[in-house]
Design a protein around this ligand. Sequence first.
Ligand SMILES: [Zn+2]
Length: 222
Amino acid sequence: MSDIAKKQKIDSIDYVVKVSKRKGIRMSIAPGGELVVHADPFCSDDTIKQFVKQYTDKIKVQSHPGMIRLFGKSFKIKKVQGQTNHITTCEDEIIIQTKPSADATLVFKEFLNRYAKEVFEDIMDMTILRFKEYSLNKPTLKVRTMKRSWGICHPESNYITLNFELIHYPVEFVEYVICHEFVHLLEPNHSKQFYEILSTVMPDYKRRLDLIEEGKEKQYLM
Ligand SMILES: [Zn+2]
């Protein structure tokens, strides 16, 4: 990644421009939420601005209040009062029912924490099947919000930490992150062998990486 990074602003949205060797323009979102534009040296400022404008218009729609993206799918949030705190999902709606005394945001946040763990565990169960040839014990899972990593692997104590923010990303991407961390249980460094194992267990991992235009900074890659 180039050192040259310019801070810019459009419609009150901050973004950083980084010069990239790859032709054209790409956009990514760092785990900390920062918008990063990767542009080749021949892209003009105007071209970049136009690109960001199109992209942020889309983001504005996606982050409409009362909406949430969970594992790549958008849900409308509906708040209602009831006798118990209870959350239901149906079709494209999430209904947050809370007692009059309860804080709906807090109730929802607790639900999301539980939900993230549940789904991550499920995906881990699926992913471990890819490692049949390797003697791998399913690691323990910890989840927290991290600024600089999607996942961290601790081979010595057989656990992985996943970024809570992954809850907003497509399952296929989350699978990739988990797979990546699992490979680290076998090979701690990003060595040639690491990528050999990764492409054996997940031959389409590159496609999954590209999948997330709401993607990420490669330099923050686990
Ligand atoms: Zn890694």
